[in-house]
Design a binder for this molecule. Structure first.
Ligand SMILES: [Cu+2]
Length: 208
């Protein structure tokens, strides 16, 4: 009887693990291929897009946006330290990473004032622990054709390297992705100092 009990125990553990994975996946998004239909936001009726920053990750992943729509980003900091949501392509992410790097040794307190050239500013929303900021924003029509992809990232020193970046998935109103790309790398900072970013895997992401 002992082997059976042991086997059942393993099965139970395996099932519990599978359930946890399923719950975790469901908490992020509906699935890897197609999201539920989206009613794109307009300037008069922007769509609410909730982004939760934690120590050190974002929910959801990916962030679904329809090119040309107007959204209100509701950025919530559920973590214990200050975070930011920088929305934009990789040149924007690189610019903020470089601009904020010198603040790594700054003493605890208010976020240091940093800036980047306007053309590389993208959208940056800084939230302190427990804070929520609502920021309206119109998704550029051309964003979906940016060959490098777009991301939501945090550049408080060390946070991107800790994995605090999620890809933006541009979708049509029907929820179908406008383009798909293969994963390039796990997030982090490369040995040459350049940022590595995740790319959502599109329909090929059947397994997780
Ligand atoms: Cu952060």
């Amino acid at each position: 009887m002992l082997p059976l009990t042991s086997s059942s125990g393993r099965l139970a553990v395996a099932l519990a693990g599978a359930v946890l994975l399923a719950v975790a996946a469901a908490g992020c998004d509906a699935g890897p291929t197609v999201t539920p239909p989206i009613t794109p936001g307009t300037s008069g009726d922007p769509r609410e897009v909730v982004i939760v920053a934690k120590d050190y990750s974002f929910i959801p992943s990916p962030v679904d946006l329809v090119p040309g729509e107007t959204v209100i980003f509701q950025v919530v900091n559920g973590g214990l330290v200050t975070h930011e949501a920088v929305v934009g392509p990789m040149p924007v992410q690189d610019a903020w990473e470089a601009a904020e790097a010198p603040t790594a040794s700054a003493p605890p307190g208010p976020t240091a004032q940093v800036s980047v050239p306007p053309e590389l500013a993208g959208l940056r929303i800084v939230v302190t622990s427990g804070e929520r900021k609502d920021v309206p924003w119109t998704v550029p029509i051309s964003a979906a054709t940016d060959p490098g992809g777009w991301f939501v990232g945090c550049h408080i020193p060390g946070h991107w390297a800790a994995g605090m970046v999620v890809p933006v998935r541009f979708v049509g109103p029907d929820g179908a992705p406008l383009r798909t790309r293969e994963p390039l790398a796990t997030p982090g900072v490369g040995t040459d100092g350049t940022l590595r970013a995740p790319v959502w895997a599109g329909s090929s992401a059947a397994s997780r």
